[in-house]
Design a protein around this ligand. Structure first.
Ligand code: PDD
Length: 278
């Protein structure tokens, strides 16, 4: 693969970042994952806007302007002949002597790489995924997309250890989100329920698209928190993320959701997303 590092296009084995980089020492970095289908960027404007927001929450400046950033995204797809998969982008505060105070002189490190992945033909769409609930022990600013991913990684490992595919995280009795996706349910009455935006969850770009597509299609949407108990009683459950679009959840803590098969509204949301965004 050819990766992008601070203005240079390099073979992946040649791309090196300093041991003093604050992304490495402090997780002082933000990231984005954008899906690529048929060589095209999916929902790019949303990802670019959220990147700016994450940067500004951490008083970080983007090393590239909006047009240059888009060009780099397009160029990395072309250089790697990427048809389907994702672009990972990370901006850290850069290298400086280790100090808890943000160093004034550090120059941000900008990295992009691609990863091929079957997004459209993900086999989990046909089967759905199994989730288990686990306590949400992440920090309290999950609205900022930082690379502080140790707890989500530990939770996913625990879910896999329990024979599931992912975890739904729970705080104060309510589901926040999955380890790397937003969590949604469909009530028996056919209402799409999703947690409102706050510091407790990442403002998913796919979530925003799905909510607006649902509203546009006349599907009732309620933005409110829901409990694991309500989710287990729901008609359908699903997760959304850049590379999963809308992916059915068919069991929660071993309890089948609805009839235990991927639900029709989830399939419809996925189809609407594909029709609108691809
Ligand atoms: N994860 N919530 C969390 C905690 C996430 O990490 C993600 C994305 C989402 C979904 O956001 P979006 O729809 O913008 O992808 C929600 C990315 C894909 C990742 O870490 O790989």
């Amino acid at each position: 693969r050819i990766v992008y590092l601070d203005g240079a296009w390099l073979a992946e084995t040649e791309a090196k970042v300093s041991v003093f980089d604050r992304g490495f020492l402090f997780a002082d970095a933000v990231y984005e994952v954008t899906a690529v289908i048929g060589g095209r960027l999916i929902d790019y404007a949303g990802h670019a806007a959220r990147l700016q927001r994450s940067l500004s929450e951490l008083s970080l400046a983007c090393p590239l302007g909006p047009d240059a950033l888009l060009s780099v995204h397009r160029e990395i797809v072309a250089r790697n002949a990427l048809k389907e998969g994702l672009i990972y982008l990370q901006i850290s505060r850069g290298a400086a002597d280790r100090d808890f105070v943000f160093p004034k002189a550090a120059r941000p490190t900008l990295v992009l790489f691609t990863q091929a992945k079957a997004v459209l033909d993900n086999p989990s769409n046909a089967t759905g995924i199994a989730v288990v609930t686990l306590p949400d022990q992440r920090w309290a600013r999950r609205d900022i997309k930082t690379v502080q991913l140790l707890y989500p990684s530990m939770a996913k490992m625990e879910a896999v250890r329990q024979g599931a595919d992912d975890a739904w995280l729970v705080e104060d009795g309510f589901v926040t989100e999955a380890t790397s996706a937003n969590a949604h349910i469909v009530t028996r009455g056919g209402t799409l329920v999703t947690r409102p935006l706050s510091h407790a969850i990442l403002p998913g770009i796919t979530r925003a698209s799905i909510v607006s597509l649902a509203r546009g299609a006349g599907i009732p949407v309620e933005e409110r928190a829901f409990t694991p108990e309500e989710a287990k009683e729901a008609q359908e459950a699903f997760v959304t993320s850049a590379t999963n679009f809308a992916l059915p959840v068919t069991t929660i803590d071993g309890t089948p959701v609805g009839d235990g098969r991927p639900g029709p509204l989830t399939a419809r949301m996925r189809a609407l997303y594909i029709a609108d965004r691809l």
